[in-house]
Design a protein. Structure first.
Length: 230
């Protein structure tokens, strides 16, 4: 089942795969809506991946109120295929994969889009915070001196700047992803560790921000549970 209206190109497509995340989805979607772009200028694509709790109902309730929220529901296929399904529907200039139990920073989209657009970036590399037991720990992967720097993917990788391969930490130009037909490998855990280096290696222009744009929450049952990934 798909609740999705085809329309004009957006600045961002935020793709939110969701599987049995009813306790967390409200928080995630609220953060995606607390932004400094008009709702008609970006979209939030929730891919319900065969949830058997009320994840789908929560997503549909948001879609009923907010025209920017689109819902795709499919049988359970795993995170890779949920992300791929969302990407196949995306209409934004830039694509951001956001996990359904995490949040993005309020009012961050406008600055991110202006930076990406002014630099013609294939990828925007962001800073994050990890939140465990209510305590936020900033992960400042890129300092202020990097903000005006443009690197190719190979240059970034040779400098050892890939600190975490999580796809959520890199916002990608959709036309770049489509040019190389980048998709996530189905049926594996930690699929980002295969996808992200491949994407970055082919990126011609990567721009960096020292802003904390993404909050990743530790929780029981999450795929990411240890510091070696962050």
């Amino acid at each position: 089942m798909c609740i999705f209206a085809v329309g004009m190109t957006k600045a961002f497509s935020i793709i939110v795969p969701a599987y049995n995340v009813a306790p967390y989805l409200d928080r995630c979607l609220e953060s995606c809506l607390q932004q400094d772009l008009p709702e008609e200028e970006y979209e939030i694509i929730v891919v319900n991946d065969g949830s058997n709790d009320n994840t789908l109902e929560i997503a549909q309730a948001f879609a009923a109120i907010h025209s920017s929220v689109k819902v795709l529901s499919q049988e359970n296929k795993g995170l890779s295929e949920a992300r791929n399904a969302g990407l196949s529907l995306a209409q934004g200039d830039y694509v951001w994969f956001v996990d359904s139990d995490d949040t993005i920073a309020p009012n961050c989209l406008n600055a991110l889009y202006r930076q990406a657009d002014s630099t013609s970036a294939d990828v925007i590399a962001i800073c994050i915070a990890t939140i465990k037991e209510g305590v936020a720990t900033p992960r400042m992967y890129y300092n202020y001196g990097m903000v005006n720097t443009i690197l190719s993917g190979p240059q970034m990788l040779r400098r050892g700047m890939l600190k975490a391969a999580c796809a959520q930490f890199f916002i990608c130009k959709r036309s770049f992803l489509e040019e190389y037909r980048f998709r996530f490998l189905p049926g594996v855990y930690h699929e980002d560790e295969e996808w992200t280096p491949r994407v970055l290696y082919n990126a011609r222009r990567i721009t960096f921000t020292d802003a904390i744009c993404y909050n990743i929450y530790y929780r029981t049952g999450s795929i990411i549970l240890c510091d070696r990934y962050l």
